[in-house]
Design a protein around this ligand. Structure first.
Ligand SMILES: [Zn+2]
Length: 416
């Protein structure tokens, strides 16, 4: 099973917006860009929302049927490991093997030495086409990288073989993700991680490193954009070289786990893709749920009251809601509006504070982040929340489609 050049991971917490998301991909196709939609949902989200992985397949199939989509599409078991992969096997044909927890667990000295010996030829001054300098790597550098990543990639190999034994050879797409670690990987580290991936005979089609800078949930990139652009270009050069040297799948590409809305690096990413003729898998995570809340607010009446109530509850439970996401949010509590203030807001004031428009003075990045991690509150209010989504499906669907097409697809994939 082959993943095409451009693909997008479209998270949807409550599995209600599949059609609206696919509609953006259909419109992109009309603009001349073929993107494969990949519906993804992690084990963590399934637990928080009390859903089963099968529901993502149901959503994807229904959206595809409703819109008559004839292109490829996939269902991604996002950030899975050996402990939780089994419940994803039936529904998924894309597996994101998350081995970040194993990064830093040291392999034996013998394994490390064997890895260094196998890759010794790169320690004599490595020239990679597309990188305008020689990478001076010592055997000690290679050993250091092996010490940090060999066990993790071996674990990826174990998950890969487990999935392969259940699904069958070439019946699924594999991503290896090391993005949820505390430190970013340099292009040189990425190169040797790919060497280890090849050594484990993992047929990886996407690799998700951790990039430099902060990728907070639902808000823009925070970091050195120029440094990001340089490393992103070098990563693309490294991947093209690794495909040839290690015999990895020819369509291997970067997967950017964006945490959504990394608007300030979309331009550099788009430029780099064109320059290298490279593909991309862009995971936009879960801001579809925020469009649902904005849609409810704009719908007014009881729907606006519901949006206000969700904020009130999230505000009261901020510690609990932020805990699982502590590493990827930065909320300044002093800048959060009081729930009673929000109760006085009109629907458009609420939506303006929430929706990610940096030019809008009412936009409040703290308000947005708190609501982003507050989907658990909505899940618990399912009896009211789901019928409200149904009742206001039109306005919400419009926002979901517009968000995906205008802010993400056009910025990254459509040539201006
Ligand atoms: Zn990720």
């Amino acid at each position: 099973m082959n993943l095409v050049k451009y693909s997008m991971g479209i998270g949807d917490r409550f599995a209600r917006q599949g059609q609206a998301q696919l509609s953006a991909i259909v419109q992109a196709k009309a603009l001349g860009v073929e993107i494969t939609p990949v519906w993804n949902k992690s084990n963590r989200e399934h637990i928080l929302v009390h859903t089963h992985p099968d529901s993502v397949r149901v959503e994807a199939d229904a959206a595809v049927k409703a819109l008559g989509w004839t292109g490829p599409y996939h269902v991604d078991a996002d950030h899975i490991n050996l402990k939780n992969v089994d419940s994803f096997i039936a529904a998924s044909d894309f597996f994101t093997l998350d081995v970040a927890d194993f990064v830093g667990q040291a392999a034996t000295d013998a394994e490390i030495q064997a890895f260094v010996t196998r890759h010794q030829r790169y320690a004599t001054g490595l020239r990679i086409p597309g990188i305008d300098r020689t990478l001076n790597i010592s055997p000690e550098d290679i050993a250091g990288i092996a010490r940090k990543y060999l066990v993790a990639i071996r674990e990826a190999g174990a998950i890969y073989r487990h999935v392969e034994s259940a699904k069958g050879r070439d019946r699924f797409i594999t991503e290896v993700s090391v993005d949820e670690t505390d430190k970013p990987q340099t292009p040189v580290e990425l190169f040797f991680i790919l060497a280890a991936v090849a050594g484990e005979k993992i047929s990886a089609q996407t690799i998700a490193p951790k990039f430099t800078g902060r990728f907070n949930k639902g808000v823009d990139y925070v970091g050195d954009v120029a440094q990001f652009e340089k490393e992103f270009n070098e990563d693309l050069a490294v991947i093209a070289f690794a495909i040839r040297d290690f015999g990895l799948p020819a369509n291997l590409k970067l997967s950017v786990h964006s945490g959504s809305d990394k608007f300030s690096i979309y331009g550099p990413i788009a430029r780099a893709l064109r320059k290298h003729g490279a593909g991309l898998h862009l995971k936009t995570a879960g801001t579809t749920w925020l469009e649902e809340v904005a849609g409810l607010a704009l719908a007014g009446g009881d729907a606006l009251k519901l949006a206000q109530e969700i904020y009130e509850k999230a505000y009261a439970r901020i510690d609990e809601l932020c805990m699982p996401y502590a590493a990827v949010i930065d909320i300044d509590r002093a800048r959060l509006p009081e729930p009673k203030t929000v109760k006085g807001w009109s629907g458009s004031a609420y939506a303006a504070a929430l929706r990610h428009d940096q030019k809008c003075p009412a936009y409040n990045v703290h308000f947005r982040q708190l609501l982003h991690v507050g989907f658990k509150v909505a899940a618990e209010m399912g009896d009211v929340y789901y019928p409200a989504l149904q009742a206001h499906a039109d306005v919400i669907g419009r926002l979901v489609t517009e968000n995906l097409l205008e802010k993400h697809i056009k910025a990254v994939f459509v040539r201006a």
